[in-house]
Design a protein around this ligand. Sequence first.
Ligand code: ATP
Ligand code: MG
Length: 359
Amino acid sequence: MTLIPQEIFDRLPSAIIVVDDRRRVMHANRSAIDLIGNNALNRDLALSLRHPVILDSLDAVLAGSTEQNGEITIPAPVSQSFVFHAERILDTPLSDGSFATLVLDNITSAHKTEEMRASFVANVSHELRSPLTAIIGFIETLQGPASDDANARQRFLNIMFRESQRMARLIDGLLSLSRVEINEHIAPKDAVDVPHIIQNVMETLQPQATKRGITLSLDAEDNTPVAIADADQLHQVFLNLIENAIKYGGEDNAVKVSTKPVDRVPGSARPGLSVTIQDQGPGIPKSLIPRLTERFYRIDEARSSTAETGMSSTGLGLAIVKHIINRHRGHMTAQSEIGVGSTFTVFLPAHPDPASASR
Ligand SMILES: Nc1ncnc2c1ncn2[C@@H]1O[C@H](COP(=O)(O)OP(=O)(O)OP(=O)(O)O)[C@@H](O)[C@H]1O
Ligand SMILES: [Mg+2]
């Protein structure tokens, strides 16, 4: 009998684990190691994959039942869903039935797509309805009472143009959010120089800052580590956070951004870096801070309006930021004091090999 080389198992997208009659992990291919970690070998699987359905199924096949199938969700670090198949190894020259295999296939993308389809339809209908209602109303007015009024026509066309642009921005934001959500379970791998990204963002936002009389500054500590990240997505994160600080930070104030190393990213044991974005705006009531990352949430429609800030607002920015940071296995906190200002802090894990930073 010829044995199949380990490399072939390592190339398979399915996670394959072999346990002995005491449920100790005897073999695990690369996909399985990604899931249960390197320390799992030779120890009870319960120590690395603490899921009762999986453990019960393995116990059942080891006790004599031939196979078990099912679906599970592992909640941390990001929720992932799997279909699994557990089976006792019988009648092979290698086994007398005291081993079992467990095969897990990741179905998170398929699951998420289904959930998102449902919530997308509900949210988007509601948010697109208001600009559309306004557009339809003005079309009716132009067709009827205002049909001969050149002044009204110009004014109404301007409003209709503005409302259509708002609909286009909403659609762009929703698509951006769904793209991020679909890939959230795939951790980024690149080495990224975060202060460099922030400098680019500041250059992009300088005209808006100047218009509102706001001074932007960046203080990057020399030993700020390189992040393990997706550069385009980090650009999106800091673009929204710094844009928010400009929009909601009051006129003629300062927006200060600083970066520094941290011993560990909150919620994990990994070292990393923090980025703090501080404004001197009117601040955010404490009770509302947890709601900021909800889709379409705006504290005060009037304060967020284009007329007030000269900038657009869909209420999707921080929802996108939250999902990107989740994908990065990072963390975000917001602190605010009424009348003093708001501070958003983003934590990101450091890259283990900083020499490969992309600039
Ligand atoms: N620095 C801040 N100071 C005060 N309020 C803020 C600040 N940042 C965000 N907010 C509040 O949180 C809300 C949600 O912010 P978010 O970035 O998600 O959406 P937005 O800025 O309104 O729209 P978009 O980001 O899509 O342009 C804002 O409408 C605003 O009310
Ligand atoms: Mg925003």
